[in-house]
Design a protein around this ligand. Structure first.
Ligand SMILES: [Fe+2]
Length: 132
């Protein structure tokens, strides 16, 4: 059974699928089961860690800038950054290409922290837990 927001990857063609609705079936691609992607926990010690800067507006809303200190070459780069609220009701995802700056801006009225998930084309999925 799949779970909301899980990522599944095909080990043959590299298709990557995110679950928007849970189901009982098994995801299959290129004739075999897709593999659940397990994110590594990012720490401030590694290049997949998400640095977060928060600015609070007068109306209580926040502008949050997520920055990743990671190279963006053709061979090795961040393919997407995704913010996921702790209750999993909200997500925001930004897709990136080599040469672009790996950062994303979020505007929200959120009071709790959220998860930052990113996907590196060489090193796979990484997760950073944030407090705001
Ligand atoms: Fe990487």
């Amino acid at each position: 059974m799949t779970k909301l927001l899980e990522l599944y990857r095909c080990e043959i063609c590299n298709n990557l699928v995110e679950i928007d609705h849970e189901g009982m079936g098994t995801l299959v691609c290129c004739g075999q089961d897709m593999k659940l992607l397990v994110e590594h926990e990012a720490t401030s010690e590694n290049a997949h860690f998400a640095h977060v800067e928060t600015v609070e507006n007068n109306d209580g809303s926040k502008i949050i800038t997520v920055k990743i200190n990671h190279g963006m070459t053709d061979e090795h780069h961040i393919e997407f950054i995704e913010a996921i609220s702790k209750d999993k009701k909200y997500t925001k995802k930004k897709f990136l290409k080599a040469g672009e700056t790996p950062e994303m801006v979020i505007k929200c009225n959120c009071s709790e922290g959220f998860y930052i998930r990113l996907y590196c084309n060489k090193d796979g999925g990484w997760l950073t837990k944030t407090e705001i």
